[in-house]
Design a protein around this ligand. Structure first.
Ligand SMILES: Cc1cc2nc3c(=O)[nH]c(=O)nc-3n(C[C@H](O)[C@H](O)[C@H](O)COP(=O)(O)O)c2cc1C
Length: 344
């Protein structure tokens, strides 16, 4: 199997259908690495066996300021697991996921056993088909009502993951949440350590980096990468103006979606990531897109306030804005499979 292909464009016909199960699993890892991750750190490593895949946290890629407990790092790895589950189904494979299977070794986040399964159904194929076109899209979205059947479809796609999704598209709750995003953003940017950590992961692809975020991901020419820092945390209202207050956030976000879980441990974070992956794929398959407004979850003292405003008893994990945008951004960088698959 070639290891240096462009994973965003690799055709599914490359799947080694007559290869060993381990070769097939390694092929599936290529889809897992297309998962979203905080600051595009790609904080994962994978190990394969004859019929299993180990997912490991790469904590050298942690973001200690914005994510001191590795909560978002773990969610990112959960999203990689979610994409792998979706990809496996496309090729009629079954996955059994054991989370944190080796309690003493917390970096071992999951072991996924893979076996022959049933043919995929229509929804499973649609989710798979969205993997390579999913993007985090930070542009302002069209202010139009989302299709009536979208929210039930989103609820059903995350059902059984252990995470819940709730939507906001009007009213006081939405305004209060937008207010908290703006406050969280301000508090974070006032912290020089936060700014330095973010800056360290915003860099130009021209220097050949295969992680982090490029200015082009923010709708600006890559050469302007340093300026992108100022639009990254909310979104770009055009001319690189950041949506940094409530009215601007509301002006470009027809709806918000909140993922939350009953408790706040490693398994909840992994399940949030699995739910996030499926939710984003469903949105993509319907011509919609999303970006993140996680500030009030990341700032400890705003998290309970967000819970109140959203009227949820569960713990908020990921806050998205969702909608339809004019055009899709370029794909973000990914490390090669040879860098993320551990071989002994
Ligand atoms: C847990 C998590 C937190 C994220 N937080 C933010 C955020 O606060 N602001 C933002 O603009 N993007 C955020 N992102 C999106 C990442 O920056 C994005 O996934 C990454 O740059 C790769 O780009 P892609 O999603 O288009 O593949 C987050 C992603 C994850 C999984």
């Amino acid at each position: 199997m070639k290891l240096h292909e462009d994973l965003w464009q690799r055709p599914e016909t490359d799947f080694p259908s007559s290869g060993t199960l381990e070769e097939q699993i390694r092929f599936l890892v290529g889809y897992a690495t297309l998962a979203p991750s905080g600051h595009n750190t790609q904080p994962w490593m994978f190990g394969t066996g004859p019929d299993w895949l180990d997912v490991l946290a790469d904590r050298t890629r942690a973001l200690p300021v914005v994510d001191p407990h590795d909560r978002e790092l773990t969610i990112s790895c959960g999203a990689a697991i979610g994409l792998l589950e979706v990809a496996a189904r496309r090729f009629a494979l079954r996955t059994d996921v054991a989370l944190v299977p080796d309690g003493a070794f917390q970096d071992h986040l999951a072991q996924i056993t893979v076996s022959k399964g049933q043919q995929p159904d229509e929804i499973e194929i649609a989710l798979f088909d969205a993997i390579q076109s999913r993007r985090t899209d930070r542009m302002a979205y069209f202010m139009e009502a989302l299709p009536d059947d979208l929210m039930p479809a989103c609820r059903s796609v995350v059902e059984g993951t252990g995470a819940n999704v709730q939507f906001f598209d009007e009213g006081q709750a939405m305004e209060e949440i937008a207010d908290m995003v703006a406050r969280g953003d301000q508090l974070q940017f006032d912290d020089p350590r936060f700014r330095r950590e973010l800056a360290a992961w915003v860099h130009s692809f021209r220097f050949g980096s295969r992680d982090g975020m490029s200015g082009s991901g923010f709708g600006m020419p890559d050469v302007l990468a340093p300026a992108a820092r100022f639009v990254i945390r909310t979104f770009d209202l055009g001319n690189n103006v950041a949506a940094a207050d409530r009215s601007k956030i509301l002006a470009g976000s027809p709806a918000l979606a909140l993922l939350s879980t009953a408790s706040d441990g490693v398994e909840d974070w992994l399940n949030t990531g699995r739910a996030l992956a499926k939710l984003l794929l469903l949105l993509t398959s319907r011509g919609l897109t999303a970006s993140y407004l996680n500030q009030p979850i990341e700032v400890d003292r705003l998290r309970p306030a967000l819970q109140d405003a959203a009227g949820v008893t569960e713990l908020p994990q990921i806050l998205l804005r969702i909608g339809r945008s004019e055009r899709s951004p370029a794909p973000s960088a990914r490390r090669a499979l040879s860098e993320v698959i551990v071989t002994d």
